[in-house]
Design a protein around this ligand. Structure first.
Ligand code: LMR
Length: 396
């Protein structure tokens, strides 16, 4: 049977890392995948994580299975990060989180849950969006439609076009929203725009599915949750796929969560029971380590303060790289205006470089960025910046 199987195309993001690793050139730079690098170009384990792990190693007594929805203290901590401590939604018992294997695992569980238990068959995603969204949703059986998001002429958000496109959505359609640090554009709605998005979803009966993978990489932990909280306060039903890959640097622990919000506790409980059933049919129950790290840190005042400081350090270094990037491009002789890069949020900058320029960056200069022109600013350092900017100046 396998002889009939055709070759799959390389993944647009992780396939780049494979190509990068196979590249023998010294001085190559990987700005494809969203991984934070420090000034030395390393992705070290956070200090708070190392301390939590030491504690866990010492105290762990069993490797017994977790429940289907994972570590309960972790799930509670997820709800508080999403909706805020003391939030009305939590007090009303309208929201429940389940540990999931990374943000991608959460997106897939959410999609499978919708497919198996509701009449909804369509999800709207921004154009552009994360290169894996369509893949995840279509594999689960959802039909993917696009809403306008980005305006190339001024590197800004085309909010009117977004609202006009979403006005054509049907009741019960899902709308994928990036909670903060939109991937790949780095452009987020304003508070007023979030309000309007919430109103549209409420009035048309659309169900938001938030992809929330960068909390703390935009303006701060609380600030970055504002959009999600505004919408959550307005709609009866919502799903969230969140991740701690980036903000705890727990990439390979695959630690995220899928959260269900429903109109009342009874509906939420029924929906959550089906989320658990979906999980049981997929991977039975989750691995423990990542969830225990996160719940240990969030449940301890000192470790939490240390984590927040480390998160601030990461956010500030990326902001510094944005400014340096814009200045270094000018210094490398680029006359085109790239100042928009310094106002984008999160790990990525949407450069506007076209496919040919992206290919030349890789082939001629060993600088790897995603085909859409997305550059991981989080992978830039003071030492690789001149190489990157010289290469971009050449392909421009
Ligand atoms: C990215 O967008 O680079 C990250 O979310 C990693 C991934 O899985 O693609």
């Amino acid at each position: 049977i396998f002889s009939q199987v055709t070759q799959a195309p390389a993944d647009p993001i992780l396939g780049l890392t494979e190509a990068f690793e196979a590249d023998a050139r010294s001085g190559k730079v990987n700005l494809g995948v969203g991984i934070y690098k420090d000034e030395a170009g390393e992705t070290p384990v956070l200090r708070s994580v190392k301390q939590a792990e030491a504690r866990l190693l010492e105290q762990e007594k069993t490797k017994n299975y977790l429940g289907i929805d994972g570590v309960q203290a972790y799930n509670q901590a997820v709800l508080e990060l999403l909706f805020g401590k003391g939030s009305e939604l939590i007090a009303q018992n309208r929201a429940q989180a389940s540990q999931a294997p990374g943000g991608t695992g959460a997106l897939r569980i959410a999609s499978e849950f919708v497919m198996s238990n509701t009449q909804s068959r369509t999800i709207w995603v921004s154009n552009p969006t994360w290169a894996n969204h369509q893949n995840v949703f279509e594999t689960a059986g959802l039909q993917v439609k696009e809403y306008t998001y980005y305006r190339a002429e001024d590197h800004g958000m085309d909010f009117d076009a977004m609202m006009a496109d979403l006005a054509t959505a049907e009741q019960g359609d899902l709308v994928l929203l990036h909670g903060c640090c939109h991937n790949p554009t780095g452009i987020d709605p304003t508070t007023e725009q979030w309000q309007q998005i919430g109103e549209l979803c409420r009035d048309k009966g659309l169900v938001p599915l938030f992809d929330f993978a960068y909390q703390g990489f935009g303006a701060g932990i609380e600030e970055d949750a504002q959009g999600l909280r505004i919408v959550a306060a307005m709609v009866p039903e919502m799903l969230v796929a969140s991740s701690f890959s980036k903000n705890f640097g727990l990439y390979n622990e695959r630690i995220g969560a899928v959260t269900v919000v429903a109109a009342d506790t009874e509906t939420k409980d029924k929906a959550f029971s089906q989320v658990k059933r979906t999980i049981r049919a997929s991977y039975s129950n989750p691995p423990a380590h990542g969830a225990l790290i996160v719940s240990t840190i969030l449940g301890d005042e000192t470790l939490r303060a240390e984590w927040e400081a480390e998160l601030t350090e990461m956010r500030e270094r990326i902001a510094e790289m944005r400014t340096l990037f814009v200045d270094s491009l000018a210094a490398a002789g680029v006359t085109q205006d790239f100042s928009f890069i310094s106002t984008q949020n999160g790990m990525f900058s949407f450069s506007g470089l076209n496919k040919d320029q992206v290919a030349r960056l890789k082939d001629e200069f060993g600088v790897y960025i995603v085909g859409s022109g997305r550059i991981s600013v989080a992978g830039m350092t003071k030492s690789n910046m001149p190489v990157i900017c010289k290469a971009i100046a050449a392909v421009l």
